[in-house]
Design a protein around this ligand. Structure first.
Ligand code: NAP
Length: 290
């Protein structure tokens, strides 16, 4: 890249480390002064290699922050009834403040049924329809980690979304839709785009804030970006050579953007940090501290 403007790169690794350091202090305070150790139960069913890595990373991040982690590893052939019984047990356990069931689940288990069974107060992924609804009505309880982390990245730029044109590309329940709601809460004027959107490039050209959550390598071109826009790249795409790349043409977009997230090292590290934050928030709420 020819030009690297000061402050261009939004450093997700650094900001995630800041969030985790804040949480670590908060956890020490909760343990020493309130006798509460925040606890996260992570449930893994089956042998999906990617899921195993995610679960390992989440457990490690918990330990580093002083959060107790309870790992439940179940065999591939686990029945829905067995998983239901475990989730119910975790819902009733006072030591468990957050429950995360790693997706995807084996075919014999209905993902939606399990996610809806998790107590909304312990739903640290923020995927339960109750938590989605709370976000929609503008009074969130626990918010989906990836868009929640993106709001923190935006905050770090010092740019107030209020009155800005924001374009979110992607309408998934885990990223696009909650992202749009969070930006709306901050008074941005939000356009949600998807695979049926006409003139996507023109829509992006009008945006002061662009969030790309598509899952297609280098899909958003540099010349779609408005001068001075903030560009958030959620995409995680593996290239044939094994390299990870985002949904945005980073080189091209960097020439126009005022701030941009790299891949890797942008949005990715924030997701786990916000999972830990949700767990600590859930523990504080359970204890009536907030
Ligand atoms: P998803 O459920 O597959 O949703 C992708 C969205 O992109 C859909 O709404 C789809 O539109 C839209 N889309 C697909 N092709 C398009 C096109 N040609 N033009 C415009 N929109 C198009 O994916 P997701 O779970 O939201 O994830 C998106 C990306 O973010 C993936 O690369 C994923 O790996 C990554 N991700 C990263 C993190 C992180 O922590 N960094 C977390 C979650 C996801 P339709 O709805 O019309 O099909």
């Amino acid at each position: 890249m020819e030009r690297v403007k000061t402050g261009l790169i939004i450093d997700g690794k650094k900001i995630s480390a800041e969030v985790r350091a804040e949480l670590k202090n908060e956890v020490v305070y909760l343990i020493e002064n309130k006798g509460i150790t925040p606890g996260l139960a992570v449930v893994l069913v089956g042998e999906n290699p990617a899921s195993k890595v995610y679960v390992r990373n989440k457990t490690k991040a918990c330990e580093e922050a002083g959060i107790r982690s309870f790992q439940h590893t179940l065999p591939e052939e686990t029945t829905e009834a067995e998983l239901v019984s475990l989730v119910e047990k975790l819902n009733n356990s006072p030591e468990v403040h957050g429950i995360l069931v790693q997706l995807p689940l084996p075919a014999q288990i209905d993902d939606e049924k399990i996610l809806e069974l998790i107590s909304p107060k312990k739903d640290v992924d923020g995927f339960h329809p109750y938590n989605m609804g709370r976000l929609m009505v503008g009074n969130p309880l626990l918010q989906p980690c990836t868009p929640f982390g993106i709001m923190r990245l935006l905050e770090s730029t010092g740019i107030d979304p209020s009155g800005k044109e924001a374009v979110v590309i992607g309408r998934s329940n885990i990223v696009g839709k909650p992202m749009a709601m969070m930006l709306l809460r901050r008074n941005a004027t939000v356009t949600i785009c998807h695979s049926k959107t006409k003139d996507l490039a023109e829509k992006v050209r009008s945006a002061d804030i662009v969030v790309a959550a598509i899952g297609r390598a280098n899909f958003v071109k540099g010349d779609w970006i408005k001068e001075g826009a903030v560009v958030i790249d959620v995409g995680m795409n593996k290239l044939p050579d094994g390299k990870l790349t985002g949904d945005v043409d980073f080189e091209g977009a960097s020439l126009k953007a005022s701030h941009i997230t790299p891949v890797p090292g942008g949005v990715g590290p924030m997701t786990i940090a916000m999972l830990l934050k949700n767990t600590v928030e859930a523990a504080k709420k359970a204890a009536g501290l907030i």
